[in-house]
Design a protein around this ligand. Structure first.
Ligand code: CA
Length: 220
């Protein structure tokens, strides 16, 4: 899963990036509104954290441009404390949720998990497929109750497929959702991660649908 952070305070941006990376997400940061608008319109994100007060282009304008363009990714807006009209404008402008500054990082993480869960049609906080359970709350994966150690990229691949289980996910789509924008992708290809996940989770756990992509069966 991949998240865009649009926040102009460098310290806060770094804190968010660090917490989200630790939680297992690929993260891109935009420090001004024009950059945020560009990245949101051209890259694929599973959620966006959008500060409303951004230089060059404000958050509400960005939100309106994205929604007018038909972009449907979940957006969590960061609002000024006690500014109820900012919250209302954000929600009415197409945001899915808000957090007021200053906030606890745990709250941002929990709200993002919920937004991503709902956007992918999941009901329960744990993602389950056969003997494998992925818990986004602690970035933990178990197989038959035993913890499976995964690298950050293996976790992202598995997390994306688990959020979309039952559906064939094209390799190109998977690629768009597991790497940060500045990451060198050449030596870390999706096929390699899939092969390693099969070794750890069972050879048949991730199915290759020839010419189409990869699939984890729902409810097996
Ligand atoms: Ca700001």
């Amino acid at each position: 899963m991949r998240i865009l952070i649009a926040e102009d305070e460098p310290h806060l941006s770094r804190q968010l990036a660090s917490a989200l990376t630790d939680a297992g997400y690929a993260v891109d940061c935009a420090l001004d509104g024009e950059r945020a608008d560009f990245l949101g319109a051209t890259e694929s994100y599973d959620a966006v954290v959008l500060d409303l007060g951004l230089p060059k282009m404000d958050g509400l304008t960005i939100l309106r441009r994205w929604r007018d363009a038909g972009l449907s990714m979940p957006v969590l807006v960061l609002t000024a404390r006690d500014s109820w009209h900012e919250k209302v404008r954000g929600i009415d402008g197409g945001a899915d949720d808000y957090v007021a500054k200053p906030f606890q990082m745990e709250e941002v993480l929990a709200r993002l998990r919920a937004l991503i869960r709902r956007a992918s049609g999941q009901v329960s906080p744990e993602l389950r497929a056969g003997a494998v359970v992925l818990d986004p709350r602690n970035a933990r994966v178990t197989r038959d109750g035993v913890v499976v150690k995964l690298t950050s990229h293996e976790f992202r691949v598995l997390s994306y497929l688990m959020h979309h289980r039952g559906r064939v996910v094209p390799q190109s789509e998977l690629t768009e959702h597991i790497y940060a924008q500045d990451f060198d992708r050449d030596s870390n290809t999706v096929e390699v991660f899939i092969a390693r996940l099969r070794r750890k989770l069972g050879a048949s756990f991730i199915e290759t649908v020839r010419g189409l992509g990869y699939r984890i069966e729902a409810d097996r």
